[in-house]
Design a protein around this ligand. Structure first.
Ligand code: HSE
Length: 433
């Protein structure tokens, strides 16, 4: 049986989970891979009591792993952008295959890294970077190979989903975030979770692997969850919707939509039931229709599960002596399309608008007239006399699908009306059609 040597760089949450699962499930992993997969080196700055490194060479320097001629696969779990990029480039230059859980690295430097790996004939595998333990990259690149994919939408940040779920039960934002950090779900910088940057990293990767376009993280739109109020959560529910922090990628003829923002989703859709740290990715293929992938989006062993799945894939290639592999982004490089991410003005969406209006005759008609002038069709409207305060009433409107530029123009006009107080709240709505 071929021995495949693994070097792990970084023994934090995911590194620890990977190491422990590799050890505990050695028999099944050997059976599945047909290889004797061994962690022979680990680079870490901190030793951990819960990890038994007997028989493993341990050092602080990650380059001890990269420069060890016996290592076949470098597992990059240090996170971040620059140091990880250099590490992976060095590993590629040394002819090593790379397995990483680093979505930031792939989203930002993936085009360069895949290019370098292609030239060197090595694999970069990154399943663990997207939706933690949910094997969505495999589903997208392999299971969906027959399909033209028109859109992908997902709850792809466990921390954010955990926070929104707990807030529905009345808990405080800061308190829930602390708990998510203690459970090892949050990024080193938790604003990445809360402001949608982490989700945008993952969405960037999903869009490229789904549509066959280069990675374009710098053009992704992100809006976080910190401004979502209990009022809007409750009123969305009254209208039959739940607010989720969604990443949405849609392929259009002239480009792709790539956006992360709080989103109203129909309460009776399966994705509305995805709570806590769980993730779900929904995708629409022209042959299969909608499929959804669901499971733990963060956590030590869940993410370790995806790291090990990649290790097994790479080990099989190493053992076979072949260079056959699935293309990095699911398409042969020459088949990639140069479709650009569209500006937000060109995005098409339905909207939830909350307008604070004076409670007097004719105001509703004025609001309706602004929307109508912008060609915006109203789906439903709600205002409740019981919510009048100091002569003002919240008016909630759901629109049909329009272009974001129409909504922007309407909001500007509405905010200029003397009967409207303060800013209009706008939350995008997705009906998955
Ligand atoms: N911070 C990420 C999350 C970890 O909460 O989803 C998994 O990528």
């Amino acid at each position: 049986m071929k021995q495949v040597n693994i070097g792990i760089c970084g023994l934090g949450t995911v590194g620890g989970g990977t190491f422990n699962v590799l050890k505990r499930n050695a028999a099944v992993i050997t059976g599945r891979s047909g290889c004797d997969i061994r962690v022979t080196r680990v680079a870490t700055r901190q030793l951990r009591d819960d990890i038994d490194l007997t028989g493993v060479a341990v050092s602080e320097d990650i380059y001890d792993v990269v420069n060890d001629p016996a290592i076949d696969i470098v597992v990059e779990l240090i996170g971040g952008y620059d140091a990880a990029r250099e590490l992976v480039l060095a590993a590629i230059a040394n002819g090593k295959h790379v397995v990483t859980a680093n979505k930031a690295l792939i989203a930002v430097h993936g085009n360069e890294l895949f290019d370098a790996a292609e030239k060197q004939g090595v694999i970069i595998a990154y399943e663990a970077g997207v939706a933690g333990g949910v094997p969505v990259i495999k589903a997208l690149r392999e299971g969906m190979a027959a399909n033209r994919i028109d859109w992908i939408a997902g709850i792809i940040n466990g921390t954010g989903n955990y926070i929104l779920t707990e807030m529905r039960a009345g808990r405080e934002f800061a308190d829930v975030l602390k708990e998510a950090q203690a459970l090892g779900y949050a990024e080193a910088d938790p604003t990445f979770d809360v402001e949608g940057i982490d989700a945008a990293h993952k969405l960037t990767i999903l869009a490229s692997a789904g549509f066959g376009v280069p990675l374009q993280f710098e053009r992704a739109f992100t809006e976080g969850i910190s401004k979502v109020t209990p009022y809007d959560i409750a009123h969305a529910e009254l209208l039959g919707y739940r607010i989720k922090h969604l990443g949405i990628a849609r392929r259009r003829e002239d480009g792709i939509e790539l956006r992360v923002h709080p989103t109203l989703v129909p309460k009776d859709h399966l994705i509305a039931q995805v709570d806590g740290v769980l993730n779900a990715v929904l995708m629409d293929g022209d042959a299969v229709g909608q499929t959804m992938y669901y499971g733990a989006g963060a956590g030590a062993e869940a993410t370790g599960s995806a790291v090990i799945a990649d290790i097994v894939d790479v080990a099989r290639v190493v053992a076979s002596g072949s260079t056959q592999r699935v293309p990095y982004l699911g398409f042969a490089p020459e088949a990639m399309e140069d479709l650009k991410v569209l500006p937000m003005d060109d995005v098409q969406s339905a909207y939830y608008l909350r307008i604070q209006a004076l409670d007097k005759p004719g105001v509703l008609a004025k609001i309706a007239s602004v929307l109508s002038e912008q060609g915006i069709n109203i789906e439903s409207i709600m205002q409740k006399e019981s919510e009048v305060e100091e002569g003002r009433i919240p008016v909630i409107i759901l629109t049909h699908t329009v272009q974001e530029r129409q909504i922007n123009a309407a909001i500007t006009e509405l905010e200029a009306l003397s009967e409207i107080v303060g800013s209009v709240v706008r939350i995008r709505t997705e009906n998955f059609n």
